[in-house]
Write a protein that binds this ligand. Structure first.
Ligand code: ZN
Ligand code: ZN
Ligand code: FE
Length: 757
């Protein structure tokens, strides 16, 4: 009365302890057969009594290893083979592969306990790991995921490690990066002149250096960090000077969530976000009583906190620092440094000492950034801990498509069947290192999916370096996708909805089909087609790119439109602080329409308001004016904050002159910025909601998608979502890919695919 089943499980099922789990489960149900890894996932054959088979399968589905992510599960009955036991067979790889590599994982509780247990052979050893934790994506060079294809191939396991690795009952069974002090990687401290510092405890020495105010470059999992004591104002000021980073907040690391709570308000969801396996940076509201130096995050209401994910980070924070500054080791937005040699040259002006290791980083991966808004976790930067987990589409993509993303916050993506694999955050493609990283990422994705793309999808912007690269690929047909169509498609794709949707796309810049710069768009469409229902009335951007760095220029542009020549008489701080010759020059540029491309950008409206309120006239990092405008708001937004205004929707262009005039009136009457900023947010949202309601009347579409970089604005996002829901809309929002241009590559794939049908 025996039966035999063939079970196939696909998804992230390799390198996460799946086979020992199956092995133990089969044994406990007195089943015979085997399990092995193949390029189609984990294959299991089990034979035994029907009752036991059923119980086995139920538990298989319910008790999967914590890191497994199953995308397919199938079970079929096959003829008996009468084997006498259950075994784990050698991995088998041939032909097409659908195997997915797991993201890197933070140190698990078991390993942490082991590391802190005196007398243990891995006591204080900073490279321990097991099948439930440790490096994955950042150490692989190719498939299959075996030690030989990782940067651990340089280390030969000692006898004891080898024994663990071979024992199906051990939690290090087939843990590819398995290591111990006898056989694995090691740490070392080196000074600026590349001289090794003599010490038998590099971590202890690093702590002493940090405590004395030194800045350390520490080689981690996906790259180097620059690390300083977060209580040492001098050290952080020095770091700012050296890094040429004037005001952008620094990320922080604390030993655990309780410590974070000393400095930030932490909700239950936010605590979960901090403690999740991926260990991202979580943006949290700072407590007013927080005693951390102002210089960490000047003018921000938020701190970016993460918890330790590497053994060395646990050791550094152990009985020592409350909080460490832990920022990417780079200048401004260049890719982070990953190799020791590059670090010695490039980071020498930044760091006093280097805490390095000898396990090569093969894939660069920045820390990910998330926030919790409107009840869900939102990813703002998708990198370490999330990549290369795929986004699963509802339907299969016709042919493999490579999408090369946008210019800023670039990511690339490759599709295979219903899986889209997004690269890690590559960054701004304005420097040679980033371009090299971009090209490497494209190659690497092809290696991981073992697939060559048939098409390449790119942005319509002819000057984007990603677009230029796409056009150099002579063998692949190109599909150009409008930037904001890609934003809309991206939010639809991650919500698995192909239905016609109203898209509220609030963005900085994107190239429009009319060759002007778009950025505040209400679109209606699906993956295939999109039409522009309404847009911010285009205004000149005086000086082009310079106006993005200098928000006061955009303020003048908006004021000139709202008041004409009488604007010069306005009693506003900006009119007093702008030098007469600068103002005249700008007015001439505007009058003669020289170097003043028109834009419907939403980001520029935020810039203008920020400058009119005298919050920020020139920026030192992207979106600073808009961020500080949002930060000036205290308390919650109220619907009755909305100005009584008519946005005057003529042929689709939304006129913001009445809104600007209300803001100017308030400002000249010395109303507090915190209130004007709140009223601006509410009014903008209410205008967009009113137009969306009108669009629903016109079309019958009741589904709205929110996307674009401006939706990183927590206040605006939360308010808009709640109000749209109260008006009866189904609201699609981003949670798995960023609302900013980091999500563009996913949108490009789905639009290109629809165009191919
Ligand atoms: Zn572990
Ligand atoms: Zn060993
Ligand atoms: Fe964008």
């Amino acid at each position: 009365m025996q039966k035999r089943h063939l079970i196939r499980i696909d998804g992230i099922v390799q390198g996460v302890g799946f086979r020992p789990f199956v092995y133990r489960l089969a044994k406990s149900h007195k089943l015979t057969g085997w399990v092995f890894n193949s390029n189609k996932g984990v294959m299991v054959e089990v034979e035994g009594l029907p009752d036991n088979l059923t119980r086995f399968q139920n538990r298989l589905r319910q008790e999967m290893p914590p890191l497994a992510q199953v995308t397919e599960f199938s079970s079929t009955e096959i003829p008996l083979k009468n084997d006498d036991r259950f075994v784990i067979l050698q991995s088998e790889y041939k032909g097409d592969t659908s195997v997915l590599v797991s993201p890197d994982m933070s140190l698990c509780e078991d390993c942490l306990k082991e590391m802190l247990l005196p007398g243990n052979r891995r006591f204080h050893y900073p490279f321990l790991n097991c099948t439930n934790c440790g490096p994955r994506y950042t150490i692989i060079s190719g498939l299959p995921y075996d030690r030989a294809n990782t940067s651990m191939h340089e280390f030969t396991m000692c006898e004891e490690c080898e024994k663990e690795y071979r024992d199906p009952a051990n939690r290090r069974f087939h843990a590819q990066p398995n290591a111990c002090p006898k056989c694995g990687p090691t740490l070392q401290i080196v000074d600026r002149e590349k001289r090794p510092v003599k010490t038998n405890d590099p971590v202890k020495h690093a702590k002493l250096l940090l405590r004395s105010g030194r800045i350390l470059a520490i080689r981690g999992l996906g790259g180097f960090h620059l690390v300083a004591d977060a209580k040492n104002t001098n050290a952080i000021e020095t770091l700012r000077e050296r890094k040429r980073r004037a005001e952008k907040p620094f990320a922080l690391m604390a030993a655990n969530a309780d410590v974070v709570e000393k400095y930030c308000k932490v909700t239950h969801r936010e605590r979960e976000a901090l403690q999740q396996q991926a260990r991202p940076i979580v943006l949290l509201q700072a407590r007013s009583s927080s005693k951390l130096p102002k210089v960490i995050a000047p003018k921000s209401k938020y701190y970016g906190f993460m918890l330790p994910y590497l053994p060395v980070q646990h050791l550094l924070l152990l009985d020592n620092f409350d909080v460490l500054v832990m920022t990417s080791a780079n200048y401004s937005d260049e890719p982070i440094v990953i190799s020791n040699e590059h670090a010695f040259d490039y980071l020498a002006p930044l760091a006093d000492y280097f805490l390095i290791h000898n396990r090569e980083i093969l894939q660069r991966c920045d820390d990910s950034i998330v926030t919790v808004a409107a009840g869900h976790q939102r990813i703002l930067r998708r990198s370490r801990g999330y990549v290369p987990a795929p986004i699963i589409l509802e339907n299969k993509v016709k042919a493999p498509i490579l999408a090369v993303g946008a210019e800023l916050k670039n990511t690339v993506a490759l599709s295979n069947g219903n899986k889209v694999m997004l690269s890690q955050h590559i960054g701004d493609l304005d420097n040679p290192e980033a371009i090299a990283f971009f090209k490497d990422s494209i190659k690497h994705l092809q290696k991981l999916l073992e697939i060559k793309p048939h098409y390449v999808a790119c942005d319509m912007h002819p000057e984007y370096l990603s677009t230029k690269w796409a056009h150099e690929q002579e063998l692949m047909p190109k599909i150009a996708v409008q930037h904001h169509h890609a934003h809309l498609a991206s939010v639809m794709a991650e919500n698995n909805s192909a239905r016609k949707t109203i898209g509220i796309i609030l963005d900085g810049t994107g190239y429009g089909t009319d060759k002007t710069i778009w950025g505040g768009e209400i679109l209606i469409g699906d993956f295939r087609d999109v039409s522009r229902y309404a847009w911010f009335e285009p205004l000149p951007l005086p000086g082009g790119e310079a106006a993005i760095r200098e928000p006061w220029r955009m303020a003048i542009s908006y004021l000139r439109q709202a008041y004409g020549s009488s604007m010069q008489k306005l009693d506003l701080p900006i009119m007093r602080s702008t030098k007469p010759n600068e103002l005249n020059l700008l007015m001439q540029i505007l009058d003669k329409e020289v170097n003043s491309p028109k834009t419907s950008s939403c980001g520029r409206l935020f810039d203008a308001v920020s400058s009119i309120l005298d919050i920020r006239n020139k920026i030192t990092y992207e979106a600073q004016a808009a961020i500080e405008l949002e930060m000036s708001i205290k308390g919650n937004l109220q619907r009755n904050f909305a100005y009584p205004i008519d946005y005057n929707l003529k042929h689709g262009a939304i006129n913001f002159q009445p809104l600007i005039r209300e803001i100017v009136n308030d400002k000249t009457q010395n109303i507090a910025n915190e209130l004007i900023a709140a009223k601006f947010h509410v009014s903008l949202a209410e205008i967009l909601i009113a137009i969306t309601i009108r669009a629903r009347k016109d079309t019958g579409i009741a589904q709205v998608g929110l996307s674009g970089g401006v939706f990183q604005n927590f206040t605006l996002f939360q308010y808009t979502v709640e109000r749209l829901r109260s008006e009866g809309f189904r609201v699609l929002t981003h949670s798995r890919v960023p609302p900013n241009d980091g999500g563009i590559s996913l949108g490009q794939i789905t639009v290109a695919n629809a165009m191919l049908q």
